[in-house]
Design a protein. Structure first.
Length: 123
């Protein structure tokens, strides 16, 4: 088994931190309705699961991150106006677009792919 790349450790910890922060926003923001909370809950769930899997060196976590990143990037480019039920394009702004893009790029590098392919399947 090869040593875990530092970037995988950092990305796993960032995913877990993002998941915890998203859940904290749902709990502590006073005006979050069910429709507003659902994307935060889904995003935090994916981040927590992917972060755990990345820290454990699981191939499914790398694939989950690679599959979900484009969806999160595109979803971050739009804002839902609940009162009018319309989507507004805001463009690729902010940390989510950058972090998911960089994370997906990093997880597709050959040495990182090799690390995930060489990790044993046992928990």
């Amino acid at each position: 088994m090869s040593a875990r790349p530092l970037g995988v450790l950092v990305l796993g910890l960032l995913c877990i931190a993002a998941g915890v922060i998203s859940l904290a926003l749902v709990v502590f923001l006073p005006r979050v309705g069910a429709l507003d909370a659902l994307p935060l809950i889904v995003t935090s769930g994916f981040n927590l699961v992917a972060g755990y899997g990345l820290l454990k060196g699981r191939q499914w976590a790398r694939l989950l991150f690679l599959w979900i990143s484009p969806i999160f990037i595109l979803a971050g480019m739009f804002v839902l106006d609940v009162d009018r039920m319309t989507l507004h394009f805001v463009g690729p702004k902010g940390a989510p677009w950058i972090s998911y893009g960089i994370g997906a790029f990093y997880l597709s590098r050959p040495h990182v792919v090799q690390f995930f392919k060489g990790t044993p399947r046992s928990l």
